[in-house]
Write a protein that binds this ligand. Structure first.
Ligand code: DGL
Length: 269
């Protein structure tokens, strides 16, 4: 069994943890939500890189065998430094623009992501590798993350803000939409309400967890499974009780099958 760290600026990475629990239920997890500092997407590159690195170091110091940086923004700004400083597998998350370009029939793809992700060198380098006949309509999802953090993913305010953000994508006639922030899978219902079921939504959590699975195969783990379901420690820099109730609300995995604890993340970790 491995201990897997999953880190995000807030509750968004729960979409990745959820997928991990479906594919890899037997492992132990520490989920770290830096909700006191969310959203990351509007902060400077330097701040995001240094904060992400120190939180990943904290997860490594707690004995994690692998870490998923379950945040597109932190991956874009910090994954190089994190990999350079830690010797365990580090799995990142990137907006799925490549699968989107392959799946789009009319070659018009919307990309909803944070401002920091869209501006990052990593994202733009990836974009430059894709066929030029595919048009990408990039839209920063400003202010959506705080609404999701506040438990309002299905609220009227969120729907209205989302409608504004999706308008240029809709006007351009995109048939595919990349959910380029791990918070956005929790907007699926609202997006379908606004765009209908005919648009293809691209969420990379399945691919990310498959990559985690491959990485876990390369590291030594105890071959002695203790139970079918592992334990989950939820840590929040803001409010552990709210993180626990958001996890119960937002995730489809049955958390009652796991031993779940929630703790506040103190300054000392
Ligand atoms: N969930 C994050 C992402 O995937 C970050 C959102 C934010 O804090 O701005 O980009």
């Amino acid at each position: 069994m491995a201990l897997i760290g999953v880190f995000d600026s807030g509750v968004g990475g729960l979409s990745i943890l959820d997928e991990a629990l479906h594919q890899l239920p037997q492992h132990d997890y520490i989920y770290l939500a830096d909700s006191a500092n969310a959203p990351y997407g509007e902060k400077s590159s330097e701040w995001i890189a240094s904060r992400s690195l120190s939180l990943c170091k904290l997860l490594a110091s707690r004995g994690c065998n692998a870490i998923v940086v379950a945040c597109n923004t932190a991956t874009a700004e910090a994954i190089k430094q994190i990999r350079a400083q830690l010797s365990i597998p580090i799995i990142g998350v990137e907006p799925g623009i490549k699968p989107a370009a392959m799946q789009s029939q009319n070659h018009i793809v919307g990309v909803l992501a944070t401002e920091a992700t869209l501006k990052s060198d990593k994202f733009n380098a990836l974009l430059a590798t894709l066929p030029s006949d595919c048009r990408f309509i990039k839209q920063a999802g400003a202010d959506l993350v705080p609404l999701i953090e506040a438990g309002k993913a299905d609220g009227q305010d969120t729907l209205e803000l989302l409608a504004t953000h999706l308008e240029p994508i809709q006007d351009a006639g995109a048939d595919t939409l990349v959910l380029g922030c791990t918070h956005y899978p929790f907007l699926r219902k609202a997006i379908c309400k606004l765009l209908g079921e005919s648009i293809t939504l691209i969420d990379t959590s399945d691919a990310v967890v498959r990559q985690l699975k491959r990485q876990l195969e390369t590291i030594k783990q105890s071959s002695n499974p203790k139970s079918t379901f592992g334990s989950i420690l939820l840590m929040s820099s803001k409010d552990e009780k709210s993180l626990l109730s958001m996890a119960q609300d937002l995730m489809s995995a049955d958390l009652t099958m796991y031993s779940v604890q929630a703790r506040i993340l103190g300054e000392a970790g």
